[in-house]
Design a protein around this ligand. Sequence first.
Ligand code: NIG
Ligand code: FE
Length: 424
Amino acid sequence: MPENLAILNCSQVVTLAGAKRARTGGDLRQLSIIEDGAMFVRGDRIEAVGRRREIESLITGDCEVVDARQRVVMPGFVDAHTHPVFAGIRANEFEQRSSGATYREIAARGGGIRSTVRATRNASLNDLVKTGQRYGRWFLRCGTTTIEAKSGYGLTIEDELKILRAIKQLNEETPLRYVPTFLGAHDIPSEYKSRRATYISLVINEMLPRVVEEKLAEYCDVFCETDVFTTDESWEILSAARCHGLGLRVHADQLTLSGGAKLAAELNAATADHLEHTDATGITALKMAKVQPVLLPGSVYALGSRQYPPAREMIDAGLAIVLATDFNPGSSPTPSMPMVLSLACTQMKMTPAETITAATINAAYSLGRGDEIGSLERGKRADFVIHNCEDYRELAYFFGVEHASLVYTSGQLAFSRNVSEARP
Ligand code: NIG
Ligand code: FE
């Protein structure tokens, strides 16, 4: 297999080149597009991005040449919030919600996260890797090359470790890149219902040290929410995680205004995620503490809610906004970043360009990988996608379509769509 790769004849190379930081304000709309561009990849890294002439001059005998046939080339999506390792599905709850039941009502009767926990506890590591591979292929075929992956469906030491080991194995054995997050505080398991403090001390004193000792997570997350973990409990868990050297992410203000955004700011978390109910005070707190908001419109849509997070207010306040799928079996069963971009444009009034920045370079910075992925620039990993369209705005405009035609991670082909679906 040739070491070098030249991608020629691109209608647009959407590079996202720019300042080495997460983008805010007007910079969210600057995609640094090279019209009629090309790219040269050496091994697993991008060597050059530019006009066709410049790139052609680098081509030597051992170089594979890919004709993009006037299609869009851009960085792989970086999906900064997913729950991709679980057993079973919850189509029954989806059906109940379609008849009027709410997510919280279903959870209160023992369904929701707890039902996936029961199934996941009964699954082996191998079972979880197998289903994880299937979902991993879904991400790739949507044009996603890196995902943040949370545990949180085990809620015992061994079951949380099992999920994180499955994530590690998936990262090592498949072309999709995984960034692991420990979410032992995703719910209070039913056997600890009347002993909350005991479960929290299990998370802090037993789970966290094991997770860190085995180097199974880079981040720690907590579901800070009314009826789940209070802000005080979340503070305790996240502070302990920080002492262990983990970065922090928080499920904040998703179903109610429960103080999650303010907590994320107090703790200088990397991200505060969801934020459907966050108010102006919460937004100001995130801005002061430079916390990145991770917005998840797929979960709002799938729960049949109309309360999308206030993206425009956040952009106006100068926040470095991120978009992600929240892929999980309950509130957001979609791996599709293009679907999320579409929802962000139609429901949250973000422009197509802003959504692309939020789903690539900003997401990369939120995962501490802004120097490595999220844009097409010399020296970065060659994680890129040829989409089957001429203009990047089509990704959100033609919704429900799988646009990704060829997906590369580290310069290697990770997914290729049947040519019969290609543009004429
Ligand atoms: O991000 N909010 C908590 N966690 C997930 C839902 C998980 C589930 O329902 O299984 C979320 O929406
Ligand atoms: Fe989530």
